[in-house]
Write a protein that binds this ligand. Structure first.
Ligand code: CO8
Length: 261
């Protein structure tokens, strides 16, 4: 097992095809300092190229998924510095990962922590999880998609309420408004996320990647353009051995044997 400064990385699942990436900076409630985000981007990009892995679970600790960008690190930055250095540009790497990522959120997911969870593809929450965009309290605004992804998850009124007040919402409400797709007791959360990840990893790798790309396109474009894109991706699956295998297995009443081709 490779050692990381801010992460714990493990392989999970009966077929060892799920990567579990745990944010591990307990002293600062997993505040997302530059070093942590650099390490996370590198690790996710490496996993993305690993043929053995079909799905990723990203989690934090019981107390905090992540309490935001690192406020101490940002405190004395100037406008010229943040623009000049492209401050926190590397965060967007997470949203570019091609394999599905399930965020398993226990504890606080605040500011950049909430934004990081929204860059993932599915969010599961532990019963004690709390989500919020408290940047307004610090005299700034969300900078990693909070004003853009949150309204797409929960609609304008709730997103405005969260971004303008800085108030936190609990897991149950996050579920009701569609930010998270399921809530589990804290100690079962990672197992449940791994179970879903194993299911995803049992499907054709290439088709899973295409499906993720198609759903994400819904958030980038018009309905007509999105439907046109989807149709082409759907057609594309007919060039794959896995599409033939999936349908043949159904007809022959057996399990498919996908090869990712
Ligand atoms: N940054 C740095 N350190 C932090 C952070 C943070 N975001 N959050 C907590 N810590 C540290 C605390 O300073 C404390 O350290 P120490 O023990 O050395 O004093 C330690 O973690 C424990 O925290 P608390 O003692 O405060 O624990 P509590 O249980 O009392 O409170 C809270 C927990 C409510 C989570 C509280 O820590 C808090 O409010 N944290 C800040 C939350 C916040 O405002 N987050 C938003 C940050 S701004 C942001 O994320 C902008 C994103 C822009 C991304 C742009 C990308 C391109």
């Amino acid at each position: 097992q490779k050692k990381y400064e801010y992460l714990l990385v493990d392989i999970k699942g009966k077929n060892s095809n799920v990567a579990l990436v745990q944010l591990n900076r307990p002293k600062a409630l997993n505040a997302l300092c530059d070093g942590l985000m650099r390490e996370l981007s590198t690790v996710l990009e490496t996993i993305d190229k690993d043929d053995k892995i079909g799905c990723i679970v990203l989690t934090g600790s019981t107390r905090a998924f992540a309490a935001g960008a690192d406020i101490r690190e940002m405190q004395n930055n100037t406008l010229a510095q943040v623009v000049g250095a492209g401050f926190l540009d590397q965060w967007s790497a997470v949203a570019k990962i091609k394999k599905p990522i399930i965020a398993a959120v226990n504890g606080f997911a605040l500011g950049g922590g909430c934004e990081l969870s929204m860059m993932c593809d599915i969010i599961y929450a532990g019963e004690e999880a709390e989500f919020g965009q408290p940047e307004i309290i610090l005299g700034t605004i969300p900078g990693a998609g909070g004003t853009q992804r949150l309204p797409r998850y929960v609609g304008k009124s709730k997103a405005m309420e969260m971004v303008l007040t800085g108030n936190r919402i609990k897991a149950k409400e996050a579920h009701q408004i569609g930010l998270v797709s399921a809530v589990y007791p804290a100690n079962q959360l990672i197992d449940e996320a791994v179970k879903t990840a194993e299911k995803i990893a049992s499907h054709s790798r290439i088709v899973v990647q295409l499906a993720k790309e198609a759903v994400n396109t819904a958030f980038e474009t018009t309905l007509a353009e999105g439907n046109r894109f989807e149709k082409r991706i759907f057609h594309t699956t007919f060039g794959l051995a896995d599409r033939k295998e999936g349908m043949t297995a159904f007809v022959e009443k057996r399990k498919p044997n996908f090869t990712g081709q």
